[in-house]
Design a protein around this ligand. Structure first.
Ligand SMILES: NC(=O)c1ccc[n+]([C@@H]2O[C@H](COP(=O)([O-])OP(=O)(O)OC[C@H]3O[C@@H](n4cnc5c(N)ncnc54)[C@H](OP(=O)(O)O)[C@@H]3O)[C@@H](O)[C@H]2O)c1
Length: 378
């Protein structure tokens, strides 16, 4: 009896086992067929122009607002803020700015005020992107010694540039109350580039600070010669990731630099956006009204839409709020929908007197284009 019942059990167990095997095989086979169909469809779509998706302009890819990175659409600049620097930097951080742009040994920047401002903001160091600059000591127009410098010497400009960089970096670390600097940029006075040989020697020291982790990224200001920049980029070990340039008609809004900046994936930072030749964006007032934003906001949004960083040093709380808001919703202003979503940007560029808006193809970070600006005017 026991044997018979065992056989009977074995028989039904075997059938169940076969049945399960059959189901597994059938499932695998149907998965294989479905996958093959998908592959075939993809191949057909790629080779048959009738089935392939229509050629569209490149999809806009938008930096995420306020991420702590050199690619932020908006940064707070500290030029001319003097004794108010600390309070304004803390206020700007409170409103949502995360990238602070200052300058060491510069007459117009109060670097220690920035240190005070961010440390009183309540945020941790890693939540803020601190950028400062190196001013060659011989730059008589803008260099200013710091109270903590060793005994002042009349011949500051004659010190080696390597020594100047060491002193500048250590002073910036002290002023900013930090153990590292997110970005250090070489400061050129206006469009007069500093001596090439000296700049290269300073850069070698910059690179050593990147090597030992004191500085994360390097950059420079006021570069308007594409060939020079291309050569410089190739001749250094650690290339610049950012260039800080004016946004002005007298340099044709840097259209001649678009190619090299795009090729080298440079994050461009713009100053003189509102107080320069754009006249607060008044040429495009009609478009701003239609989009329910101020001309200044549309001006900033336009520059952000080209994946560049807007530098503003506003002292007004209202303007801080407006600028932060636009840094979040500019995608909906310029990439609002429809196939021809680059049309408004090109119209804006033309009215500004620019040959063409920066092409969208070299953008790299995907973001949200759905946020609306309507709420800000309510
Ligand atoms: N590399 C260089 O040579 C260089 C040269 C200049 C500047 N920069 C950098 O760029 C930063 C910005 O300087 P900037 O000269 O371009 O301009 P800015 O100091 O930001 O001045 C902008 C002007 O526009 C006004 N404004 C009106 N509406 C505004 C709005 N919605 N948002 C912001 N401002 C508004 C501001 O007035 P309110 O204060 O009343 O808002 C202010 O008078 C500097 O702090 C510095 O870091 C670099």
């Amino acid at each position: 009896m026991v044997k018979i019942s065992r056989k009977a059990n074995n028989g039904s167990g075997c059938r169940r086992h076969q049945y399960i095997q059959w189901i597994v095989r059938a499932t695998l086979a149907s998965l294989f067929v479905a996958y093959s169909f998908r592959e075939i469809r993809i191949i057909i779509n790629q080779s048959d122009p009738n089935l392939a998706p229509k050629m569209m302009p490149p999809k806009p890819q938008i930096p995420v607002p306020h991420e702590v990175s050199y690619q932020t659409p908006l940064a707070y600049g500290t030029k001319d803020l003097k004794d108010r620097t600390g309070a304004l930097v803390a206020q700007a951080i409170g409103e949502g700015f995360r990238h602070i742009v200052t300058c060491g040994h510069h007459q117009k920047h109060n670097e220690s005020g920035v240190g005070f401002g961010w440390t009183t903001s309540g945020l941790d160091r890693h939540e803020i992107f601190l950028q400062t600059c190196f001013v060659p000591f011989g730059s008589t127009e803008e260099f200013q010694r710091q109270p903590s410098d060793p005994m002042f010497r009349e011949d500051w400009g004659l010190e080696t540039i390597e020594d100047q960089v060491h002193l500048s970096v250590s002073t910036s670390l002290k002023n900013l109350q930090t153990t590292y600097i997110d970005a250090l940029i070489f400061h050129n006075f206006r469009a007069k580039r500093w001596d090439d040989n000296e700049m290269m020697r300073a850069w070698r020291v910059f690179e050593q600070y990147v090597d030992n982790g004191t500085i994360k990224y390097l950059g420079m200001t006021s570069v308007h010669d594409p060939e020079w920049f291309d050569q410089f980029y190739d001749s250094v070990r650690i290339p610049p990731i950012t260039v800080q340039n004016r946004f002005h008609s007298n340099r044709q809004y840097d259209v001649n630099m678009q190619e090299v900046f795009g090729k080298r994936k440079i994050q461009v930072q713009r100053f003189w956006l509102l107080n320069g030749s754009s006249g607060m964006g008044r040429n495009n007032k009609e478009m701003a009204d239609a989009k329910n934003v101020t001309p200044a906001q549309l001006m900033l949004g336009f520059v952000m839409s080209g994946s560049e960083t807007c530098l503003v040093g506003t002292t007004s709380l209202q303007h801080m709020k407006e600028d932060i808001e636009i840094s979040k919703c500019y995608p909906s202003l310029f990439f609002g929908g429809g196939d021809n979503y680059d049309a408004d940007r090109q119209t804006y560029a033309q009215k500004l007197g620019m040959k063409q808006a920066r092409p969208l193809t070299d953008l790299s970070i995907v973001g949200d284009t759905s946020r609306s600006c309507q709420s800000m005017q309510e």
